[in-house]
Design a protein around this ligand. Structure first.
Ligand code: ITT
Ligand code: MG
Length: 205
């Protein structure tokens, strides 16, 4: 079975990548399978910078092809917040419930509820120039959480074109329309064949 390392510790992301890739015969590994690797500090100002930082650092340490995902929620009325700080919006403990409450509080009485999920994927491999792609999913911020599926801000994100929040969609439905799914489709096109990515050495720069 082909194998791909995703440089993430986020269980929600890992589950989604598994669902999208394992049906194609690709076994997904994550940083939870490599507990001895150091944490990569997300010092970038953009999703792109952080995705590249995570992918290149882990690819160099493992000497393997690696995909990293940097993603988040961007709310128009909050000038793009929580943005690159999505995971730690309400504090360093990365608490989804606290993050949601912080957004709902800031959005109290706000009429313009337009928002989007953004996902940047970076693919880094030994001797290969790093590739990046972006996927976006448009929606609206609700006034209260709805649904139990997914992770992060899914319960307060009403997906445009559906009458459900992202957390009310079944996982397979989220994986048809999400920012992550769109980015992954683009990356697959760019790379051609994930099998290529698993060759011992990558020699086309
Ligand atoms: O860096 P890694 O280890 O991948 O895990 P992380 O959770 O820190 O991931 P990010 O730095 O990319 O921060 C992304 C945050 O944005 C939010 N987010 C991203 N994708 C999401 C999705 O599909 N649904 C809901 N929230 C999402 C969620 O709060 C994530 O913690
Ligand atoms: Mg992170």
């Amino acid at each position: 079975m082909k194998e791909l390392v995703i440089a993430t510790k986020n269980k929600g992301k890992i589950e989604e990548f598994r669902a999208m890739l394992e049906k194609k015969g690709i076994q997904v590994k994550s940083l939870l399978d490599y507990p001895n690797l150091p944490d990569v500090e997300e010092t970038g100002q953009t999703f792109y910078e952080n995705a590249v930082l995570k992918a290149e650092t882990i690819s160099q340490l493992l000497n393997k092809p690696v995909v990293a995902d940097d993603s988040g929620l961007s709310i128009d009325a909050l000038n793009g917040e929580p943005g690159v700080y999505s995971a730690r919006y309400a504090g360093n403990e990365k608490d989804d419930q606290k993050n949601i409450q912080k957004v709902l509080k800031k959005m109290e009485g706000v009429e313009n509820r337009k928002a989007r999920f953004i996902c940047v994927l970076a693919f880094a491999a030994p001797d290969l120039e790093t590739m990046t792609v972006e996927g976006v999913c448009e929606g609206q911020i609700t006034t209260e959480p709805r649904g139990d599926n997914g992770f992060g801000y899914d319960p307060i994100f009403l997906v445009d074109g559906k009458e459900k929040t992202m957390a009310q969609l079944e996982q397979f439905e989220k994986n048809e329309i999400s920012h992550r799914a769109k980015a992954l489709k683009k990356l697959e096109k760019l790379i051609g064949d994930w099998g290529e990515a698993n060759r011992e050495s990558f020699n086309y720069k």
